[in-house]
Design a protein around this ligand. Structure first.
Ligand code: ATP
Length: 215
């Protein structure tokens, strides 16, 4: 059984995450795709006053529900329930122990793929999982991804795959948070996640439902 793992802070989850996940599910012929929201990512500080880890998890659950083949998609709170920083090597060890027969594939965009050698225990990560990457923006160089894939193969014996996404959604959660605070950006969100953001009053979004015209 082939298990894809898609980690991130998902603050908030956007259509870029979902388009990549949906395509990888099919292209890699995954039996299961697990989103794993990070509690405390080692490489970035979460902005203050943002959603709680549980709210980020709930948003990922809502986003994942909207994917095709939802039965093949799940969301794990394992990093949220583990104290301390969310190290991917620990997550993979836990997943491999829980699914000894599974072939693990870690999914990540360009930014993460290009720095993988600097993560904690890259040799453990690459031993436990194949690494599958995809461009985040049109300007991400395919040649750079291939060069990094060769480097990871030669240095760590990594199994790698570079996916060509048919549809790149060029947005980051950082950009989206800024757009939302200005009352824009909803086109980058699944409707369910946008509804959640409105109801929970996240990212400075104010929306007066009473102002909607009657039909
Ligand atoms: P932030 O702007 O808050 O740092 P982010 O948009 O980079 O967030 P993360 O949740 O940190 O989002 O990303 C999780 C994973 O999704 C990473 O592997 C990242 O490369 C990938 N990713 C993020 N945005 C996109 C996108 N638009 N298209 C494809 N992959 C993406």
């Amino acid at each position: 059984m082939k298990l894809g793992i898609y980690g991130g802070t998902f603050n908030p989850p956007h259509l870029g995450h979902l388009a990549a996940a949906q395509f990888a599910l099919d292209a890699l012929k995954l039996d299961q795709l697990e989103f794993v929201p990070a509690a405390a990512p080692p490489h970035k500080t979460l902005p203050e006053g943002g959603p709680s880890a549980e709210q980020r998890l709930e948003m990922v659950e809502l986003a994942a529900d909207g994917l095709l083949l939802p039965k093949k998609v799940s969301v794990s709170g394992m990093e949220l329930h583990r104290p301390g920083k969310s190290y991917t090597a620990d997550t993979l060890e836990q997943l491999q122990a829980a699914n000894p027969e599974a072939e693990l594939w870690l999914l990540m965009g360009t930014d993460m793929f290009l720095t993988l050698q600097n993560w904690r225990e890259p040799e453990v990560i690459t031993r436990l999982a194949g690494i599958c990457t995809f461009a985040r923006t049109q300007s991400d160089s395919g040649e750079l991804l291939e060069t990094q894939a060769r480097y990871l193969q030669e240095t760590f014996g990594a199994r790698t795959c570079v996916l060509q996404l048919p549809h790149i959604v060029d947005v980051s959660s950082t950009q989206l948070r800024e757009l939302l605070a200005q009352g824009k950006g909803q086109a980058y969100l699944s409707p369910a996640v946008y509804g959640y953001i409105i109801r929970q009053g996240l990212y400075g979004v104010h929306y007066d439902l009473k102002q909607l015209p009657d039909r």
